[in-house]
Write a protein that binds this ligand. Structure first.
Ligand code: GDD
Length: 242
């Protein structure tokens, strides 16, 4: 059995995908990788298919019809993982903003006490390299905002570098998760927090991508700003769906 499954959502990551997969497979850990691609026009999925010949037992690919957001890509990946027997399920970006070597640190935190281990940019100051000031302010500001509205004591609630123990994903109603952009990351942590799971932050350095482009847009920002308040209200008035 593998040590865990690393889910990598992709949209137009042709410049990164092969290198990131090989870097994960070069780690000492026996991780499997699942790429959830949204039919990227740049041929990301075809690149993964070609690599599957080299790693037939470790590399998996799910291709969806069209670009449908990072959140639903992860939900698709989580369901895929739960239909198999992975005990540790990771989220990681394709673009090397998360260092694959840190997967082992997240894994270790979950092997010890954590139910959810979050690769945190803000646990100890601001550990972000080469991000535009606008993105740092937005992301850091969002963290304060989320803390105030939700009461959740997580320094980096929008972090997309996470390890979940299987039981957490089994006990969250994945069909009820609403957010599709980066706010998805907040919602998943909030749902785990409400269920009393232990969320531990592991300090990481986040380095902005060198190749390809961020998929950040104004709809993603709006979803986070208004959605977090709506989510808090729903958690009070519609407790059952949480
Ligand atoms: N399948 C799929 N993948 C997507 C989509 N949108 C983005 N992705 C993939 O999701 C990963 C992260 O997307 P980026 O666009 O690179 O994110 P970012 O701007 O660098 O944002 C980072 O910070 C956010 C806010 O703190 C994080 O929430 C996010 O995870 C990421 O770490 C990449 O692998 C990207 O290809 C989508 O609609 N569909």
């Amino acid at each position: 059995m593998a040590d865990g499954l690393v889910i990598i959502p992709t949209f137009n990551e042709i410049e990164n995908i092969e290198a990131i997969i090989k870097t994960v497979f070069d780690l000492k850990k026996d991780f499997h990788v699942l790429v959830v691609d949204d039919n990227s026009p740049d041929g990301t999925a075809e690149n993964v298919e070609a690599l599957q010949k080299q790693f037939p037992d470790r590399l998996f690919l799910e291709v969806r019809k069209e670009k449908s957001g990072l959140g639903t890509a992860y939900i698709h990946g989580f369901k895929w993982a739960l239909a198999r027997d992975y005990e540790y399920i990771f989220e990681m970006d394709a673009d090397f903003s998360h260092r694959p070597a840190d997967l082992s640190r997240l894994h270790r935190a979950c092997l010890n006490e954590a139910d959810v281990a979050v690769g945190s940019r803000y646990k100890k100051g601001v550990n972000v390299v080469n991000w535009p000031l606008f993105r740092i302010l937005l992301s850091y500001g969002a963290s304060f905002y989320v803390k105030i509205i939700t009461g959740m004591r997580v320094h980096d609630p929008t972090a997309g570098f996470v390890c979940y123990r299987r039981k957490v994903l089994e006990n969250i109603d994945l069909d009820a998760v609403r957010f599709i952009g980066y706010a998805f990351q907040i919602e998943m942590k909030f749902r785990a927090y409400l269920k009393g799971y232990k969320i531990e932050e592991v300090s990481i350095i986040f380095t902005d991508r060198v190749n390809g482009k961020s998929k950040m847009n104004s709809a993603i920002i709006r979803e986070a700003i208004f959605g977090v308040i709506a989510m808090k209200f729903r958690s009070i008035f519609f407790k059952k769906s949480f």
